[in-house]
Design a protein around this ligand. Structure first.
Ligand SMILES: *Cc1c(COP(=O)(O)O)cnc(C)c1O
Length: 387
């Protein structure tokens, strides 16, 4: 047999879907609200630079990343637009961020002091955003520390060390729109903005909303929304989001390694956690937890083979998993889709999340390992190259 050009296992990312989703979200929030597409974690597993370029083409004025390294990778890849990063540790290379024209986030006076030293070293002012903790209890200045952070930020602005370009916070329960924490955090954010305003800060952008809040909570949109998961076509608040026509951009697929009969009574995969109740046909899918397939999906998830969903039988192994073809004909080498858009009936990343007791974010960001990744563009002309 000659080698096949189809890979053993691959991730296919449709950039047209990404552009479409960013366009849908921009239209939803309206002209007065800037769009930040969040491309941290390798674009949620979709590819940092490819996702960034698609988001820019669809009108994202900002890109958001967690680390300075991710921001620098965007610059190295040729992105010249506004980029915000927000997660540092002491000793972070702020000088590199300033030189690369990246907006950095400070949570504390100590971080502002580090940024000031970097400004002095680089010899040009920084762009700094301030994050206030309004109730997530993760990063950000506590409300108690906030007046000091604001005063320091204002003093640095007066001294032309930096300009404060944004003030922002992050919600804990945006995927549960009726949760009382949403109102409480929005109120705390407005109070924090008032404190900053009284101290003389007038930032370019104030922002609070991630995907779920951008869609479900118009009052939280302020000047800018930070959309991650919805840009990739996945539902940020399953069961609560209106149908916006978002299209999942990622398909995870492979080729069947083996197809063979197993007899009634045969145990399948490690631990024999599934035993064939009757004679059947099983297929071996050549991906496992080393490729980011959750082991927790053992005996629970489904894949798409020969026009139907097929259950995973037994445990997901490091390199492989077994599915039940229930007697239908498929051959070694045939395609298998783990998850995709769902339009043909194939499982989605959301289905895998539910089978694995997690969220779709984790499914798409962890899938990979030895799988190759390929970008395609299925755009009808109407979606191509939005504004
Ligand atoms: C990851 C992240 C986002 C994006 O959240 P989604 O729910 O994916 O839209 C927004 N803001 C911050 C601070 C984040 O860390």
């Amino acid at each position: 047999m000659t080698p096949s050009s189809a890979p053993r296992a691959e991730i296919v990312v449709d950039l047209a879907a990404l552009r479409h989703n960013v366009t849908v979200l921009r239209e939803l929030v309206g002209e007065g609200v800037a769009m930040m597409t969040v491309v941290k974690a390798d674009g949620y597993g979709h590819g940092l630079l490819e996702s960034a370029a698609a988001a820019r083409a669809a009108g994202a004025a900002w890109l958001g990343v967690a680390t300075i390294d991710e921001a620098l990778a965007l610059r190295a890849g040729g992105d010249t637009g506004r980029v915000l990063c927000w997660l540092g540790v002491p000793g972070e290379d702020y000088a590199a961020a300033i030189e690369a024209d990246v907006d950095v986030t400070a949570y504390s006076v100590a971080e502002l002091d580090e940024i000031r030293m970097a400004v002095v070293a680089v010899g040009r002012p920084a762009r700094v955003q301030l994050k206030v903790d309004t109730g997530l209890s993760r990063g950000g200045a506590t409300l108690r520390a906030w007046p000091d952070v604001v005063a320091e930020a204002r003093a640095g602005e007066d001294a032309r060390i930096w300009s404060v370009t944004g003030i922002w916070s992050h919600l804990a329960c945006s995927d549960e729109p009726d949760h009382p924490a949403n109102d409480a955090q929005e109120t705390a954010f407005r109070e924090a903005l008032a404190v900053a305003g009284s101290a003389g800060l007038d930032p370019e952008v104030r922002h609070l909303a991630n995907s779920a809040a951008a869609i479900l909570r118009p009052s939280a949109r302020f000047d800018l929304v930070r959309c991650g998961i919805a840009s990739y076509g996945l539902d940020p608040a399953p069961g609560r989001t209106p149908d916006l026509g978002l299209v999942p951009a990622m398909t995870a697929r492979a080729r069947l390694a083996v197809v063979k009969p197993v007899a009634a009574g045969a145990g399948v995969s490690y631990g024999h956690t599934w035993v064939a109740g009757h004679d059947t046909t099983v297929a071996l899918v050549p991906v496992g937890y080393a490729d980011g397939v959750p082991r927790h999906a053992s005996n629970r998830a489904e894949v798409w083979v020969a026009g139907r969903r097929r259950p995973v039988r037994g445990r997901v192994c490091m390199d492989q998993l077994v599915v039940d073809l229930e007697g239908d004909a498929a051959a070694a080498g045939d395609p298998v889709v783990l998850f995709g858009t769902g339009v043909s009936g194939e499982p989605t990343a959301q289905d895998w999340a539910e089978a694995s007791d997690t969220i779709s974010y984790e499914i798409v960001t962890r899938i990979g390992g030895r799988m190759t990744r390929r970008h395609v563009d299925t755009a009808p002309d109407s979606l191509r190259g939005a504004p």
